[in-house]
Structures are given as C-alpha cells and as structure tokens.
Design a binder for this molecule. Structure first.
Ligand SMILES: NC(=O)c1ccc[n+]([C@@H]2O[C@H](COP(=O)([O-])OP(=O)(O)OC[C@H]3O[C@@H](n4cnc5c(N)ncnc54)[C@H](OP(=O)(O)O)[C@@H]3O)[C@@H](O)[C@H]2O)c1
Length: 367
C-alpha cells in the first residue's frame, strides 16, 4: 500500500496529490496482476495433442494457450504442415531412446509437426527480417516442433519467405525432404551429364524432390521403391525404376556413381558392391541399428576402397532460398500426395496413410 502524505497541503494540492496516488495505485495493481497472471484473459488456440504413444488414434485436436514469441521469435499462424518420418517416430514413441528422452518417457509432451507454412502474426522485439503479414515456411525440427497447431513460435532463423505463387501446401512440403535431397546429392557431387544415380526409397518425400534436382544436370537416375509407386516415379522423371520386392539392385551387376539411400536396409558391403570405383554411398535415413552398423563399417570402407561413405546429418532450412529460385523459374514443383483438413478425424487418417507408406511424395495437412 502507498503511504499518503497529507500534512501542510492546500485542499487543491491535496486533491491533485490524491489523484496521482490513486493513479499510481492502479498502475501497481495492474503490474502485480500481470506478474501473477491473475485476471488476464489468455487466448486459446487449437493444437494436435498426443495423449499416449503408439498410434495416430491417440492424437486429439484440443485448445491450448496461444503461444507468445520470445525476443528472437516469430509467431506464425500455420496454414499448412506436412508429415515427416520424425513426426511418425514421435507418435509411435520409437526408438525409445532417444525419442522418449526428449519428449517424455511415458506421457508425450510434444506437439508434432516440423515442416510448416503460414503467415507471421506477431514478432518478438529482436526480430529484424519479418513483420506481421509476411508469408513464411520452414522446418522446426531443430527448435521444438509444434507445427500441428493453429499457431507456433519459431526463431526467425528457422524461417524463409514463401514466394507469393507458391501455395502454403506446396511450401510445407519442401523443407525437410528438400534439404535432405539437396544435401544427399551434394555428398555425391553428381552434377555431370551421364553420371548415374540410384535412389533407394525413391517414391517418398526425399525421392520426389531429389529426382527433380538431379534432372537439372541430365544425370541418369534409377529409383527403387514399392511396385505401386513405380508409374508415378516415371512421371516425375526417373529413367529406370525397380520394385524392391522383385529385384535386389545390389545384385543386378549395374554400378552407380551415387547411391542416395532413404531406407538403409542392407549391410554396407552390398552397397559398396553396387558403386562405381569412385562412387559415393550417401545415407539420409533408415532404421537406427542399420545406420549404426553402416556408420561403424565406414572405417573399413575408407581404408580399403576409393569409394566414399557419407552419413548425411540434416542441416535444416539452409538452402530454402534455392528452392524458391527453382520454383520461381518453373524448374521445381513439390509433389503432394494428398491434403487433409485439420480435424481430429482427418489428421488421424493422414498419419495412418503415412504409416501404411502408400503415399507418393508428401502428405500435407491444411490448418
Ligand atoms: N539424416 C537426417 O538428419 C534426417 C533428418 C530427418 C529425417 N531423416 C530420414 O530421412 C528419411 C526421409 O525420407 P522420406 O521423407 O523420403 O520418407 P518417405 O516419404 O517415407 O519415403 C520412403 C520411401 O521408401 C520406401 N521403402 C520402404 N522400404 C523400402 C525398401 N526396402 N527399399 C526401397 N524403398 C523402400 C517407402 O515405400 P513403402 O514403405 O511403401 O515400401 C517410401 O516410398 C527417413 O528415413 C528419415 O528418418 C534423416
């Protein structure tokens, strides 16, 4: 409480002083209220919550407190979000380590979704590149996920301007798969016409982008995937397609300058066998035990061979401007398998569709 000094003041002075004191008291009260959160109306916003690990059936759309951006963050109103393998792994809660160490051992404490596109709602005090109304996209896997929501906060460094002609759905389909495709291809240095590339797991997000990047250099590309995807893959530009259930490409006798592997489902020696003398094997993903096996055999690989092994670690969002340029000059278009609505039933369906692996290209949810 403020102590009121009343001695030796005229009635007019006293009244003025009283007014000032009342005003100050109101300010102090408001400050205390803000500090305690009492009486402040928090806005709510929809988000996709994972109630238990194990299945998309444990996903629920519910209201949470609308996030507020920190100094270097941007609050984005999400318009589209795409599904990635990492979202799927977080929903299943596997592998137990490291996933559950990051997101809660028994009770998941995460809103999944890394690849978002949306409109800037507000910006933190230190943000310099963006302003409210800007259209942006980016991969939030390095900064806490949270994309399956009406609003998400992201550091400005995780975001790129979305070209006006690119739809939100197209933009959300690019970041993670695009960077993995680009960084996997870069590991192989395959830019000369006539070089040969094989993509293992070629019909999904990474493969549908990698083929477009490789075809800018007239490289000959073979895609390996399930029989049901091969026709679509030919339309995207693959010169040759192989059904992995019918043929083992490592035993066909054909050799490649680059094998870009999304699945890593064989011992390294098999891949080595299918490489040209100076060929590169670049893995971007697969099952953890296989990846560890491959990473461990790299020492033998390097000692005894001219061939190169590269384990690609995602550098998120690094070259999104390149995709903007290619899109602007009609040299690249994201392949979207399907678009779902942001309702509980539809999002569950979208993840089940991803889980069956029937998608060709990317699955997007429009929020
Ligand atoms: N390196 C990093 O830092 C990093 C970061 C993020 C993600 N990742 C990884 O990058 C990958 C993302 O790839 P993506 O988005 O393209 O995945 P995706 O959309 O799921 O595509 C994978 C494709 O591989 C096919 N496939 C399954 N088994 C196969 C086999 N034995 N041989 C050949 N193809 C097979 C799948 O089809 P069917 O299942 O129908 O057969 C599917 O079409 C994931 O492995 C993910 O874990 C890596």
């Amino acid at each position: 409480m403020l102590k009121r000094e009343t001695a030796r003041k005229s009635p007019i002075e006293y009244e003025k002083m009283q007014e000032h004191l009342d005003m100050l008291e109101e300010i102090y009260k408001a400050e205390e209220q803000i500090a305690s959160g009492e009486g402040i109306a928090h806005e709510d916003a929809k988000a996709l919550l994972l109630r238990r690990y194990g299945s998309p059936d444990f996903l629920e759309v519910d209201e949470i407190e609308k996030p507020a951006p920190a100094g270097d963050e941007v609050l984005v109103r999400v318009h589209a979000v795409s599904i990635n393998d990492w979202d799927w792994a977080l929903i299943l809660g596997t592998p137990f380590i490291p996933n559950r160490l990051m997101t809660g051992l028994l009770r998941p404490k995460i809103v999944v979704g890394s690849d978002i596109a949306g409109r800037v709602e507000t910006v933190g005090s230190k943000v310099t590149r963006f302003k409210p109304g800007d259209e942006v996209f980016g991969d939030l896997s390095g900064c806490g996920f949270g994309g399956f929501a009406e609003f998400v906060c992201a550091p400005e460094s995780a975001l790129m301007f979305k070209p006006p002609k690119m739809s939100f759905e197209q933009a959300a389909a690019i970041p993670q798969a695009g960077m993995l495709a680009l960084q996997g291809i870069a590991a192989g240095q395959t830019h000369k016409p006539g070089q040969t590339v094989l993509i293992n797991g070629a019909g999904g997000g990474v493969g549908s982008i990698a083929i477009q990047l490789l075809k800018l250099h007239q490289v000959e590309v073979t895609g390996v995937d399930a029989a049901a995807k091969l026709e679509a893959m030919k339309l995207w530009g693959y010169d040759h397609v192989i059904d992995y259930a019918a043929q083992d490409f490592t035993r066909s006798g054909k050799r490649y300058d680059l094998i870009l592997d999304v699945k890593t489902d064989r011992p390294l020696a098999d891949y080595e066998h299918a490489l040209n003398p100076h060929g590169v094997y670049a893995t971007v993903g697969g099952q953890l035990p296989r990846l560890l096996q491959v990473a461990c055999s790299r020492f033998r690989f390097w000692r005894t061979s001219e061939k190169t092994l590269s384990v690609v670690a995602l550098k998120a969002n690094r070259d999104l401007h390149y995709f903007n340029e290619l899109f602007g000059s009609d040299k690249f278009k994201p392949v979207i398998d399907s678009v779902y609505a942001f309702s509980e039933a539809d999002v569950r369906k979208a993840f089940h569709h991803f889980g069956t692996s029937a998608h060709k290209g990317k699955i997007v949810v429009s929020t």
